[in-house]
Design a protein around this ligand. Structure first.
Ligand code: NAD
Length: 254
């Protein structure tokens, strides 16, 4: 990292080959962070960790962990702490979306969206934050969404928008608690980013219409998001906390 103290960044959900998490792991490694990837998909987590280590000459560790499962999270972070330098950054990136309209959302679907996006971020943060506070340094970044700010309208529906808004409240309240310990807590709110999260369910005509409406006239790339996260994770960014960075090409200016 830029102050040359060896540190590890944990990125959840960084297995996805075209995802924001993988690009973020690469950007953090370029800044000198050693990288631990936690993903439900073990092989994908290992692939990202290997690729990042090879690309930037840092240590990489890929582990299977469902972020909704406290035992799995605790075991994975313990393995990270045993193998890598102290954890200096956490990117709560693991997330799932759904476009379901309000009257069609079942209680099960609602819970599943909240489990992965909100409970998952809570559980990993809970396991990692005390060590950061003890060491007097930490950078925690949450993946919210423009859907939280403007009420859906990209792909995610009510459950996703509510869950991503919950992360903003969590992030802001935690920023107040952890600030005195040298730990910053921030969020990014990406708009339409070209990844596989919509699993082919975003209609191409709808996507084209959305791009027409974006001042920058394109979907965002994963590096557009990863660069901002890497900036927030730098030691030099220590006076930014409780903020939300929009990464939406101007599609939502407020
Ligand atoms: P993606 O689907 O490409 O990757 C998500 C990753 O999370 C996958 O590797 C998946 O295996 C992992 N994951 C899912 N459930 C998990 C669980 N329970 N435990 C551990 N890992 C789990 O998604 P993406 O587009 O790269 O999105 C990354 C984050 O950014 C998400 O939180 C998403 O909501 C947010 N986001 C994405 C966009 C977009 O347009 N792509 C916009 C705004 C916000």
């Amino acid at each position: 990292t830029t102050d040359s103290t060896p540190r590890t960044a944990i990125v959840t959900g960084a297995g996805s080959p075209r995802g924001i998490g993988r690009a973020t792991a690469l950007a953090l490694a370029a800044d000198g962070y050693h990288i631990a990837v936690l993903d439900v998909d073990k092989e994908a987590a290992e692939d990202t960790a290997r690729e990042v280590a090879e690309a930037h000459g840092v240590q990489g560790l890929g582990l299977a962990a469902d972020v909704t499962d406290p035992d799995a999270v605790n075991a994975a972070v313990e393995a990270v702490e045993a193998a890598l330098p102290p954890v200096g950054a956490l990117v709560n990136n693991a997330g799932i979306t759904s476009p379901t309209r309000f009257l069609d959302v079942s209680a099960e679907e609602w819970d599943r969206i909240f489990d992965v996006n909100v409970r998952g971020s809570f559980l990993v943060t809970r396991r990692v934050a005390p060590g950061m506070a003890q060491r007097g340094f930490g950078r925690i970044i949450h993946l919210s969404s423009v859907s939280a700010e403007r009420g859906g309208g990209v792909f995610g529906g009510v459950a996703y928008s509510a869950a991503k808004a919950a992360l903003l409240g969590f992030s802001r309240a935690l920023a107040r608690e952890l600030g005195p310990s040298g730990v910053t807590v921030n969020s990014v709110a990406p708009g339409l980013i070209d990844t596989d999260i919509t699993a082919g369910k975003l209609d191409p005509a709808r996507k084209a219409a959305m791009i027409e409406d974006i001042p920058m006239r394109r979907a965002g790339s994963v590096t557009d998001v990863a660069d901002v996260i890497a900036f927030l994770a730098r030691p030099a960014s220590g006076y930014l906390t409780g903020v939300t960075y929009d990464i939406n090409g101007g599609s939502h200016i407020h």
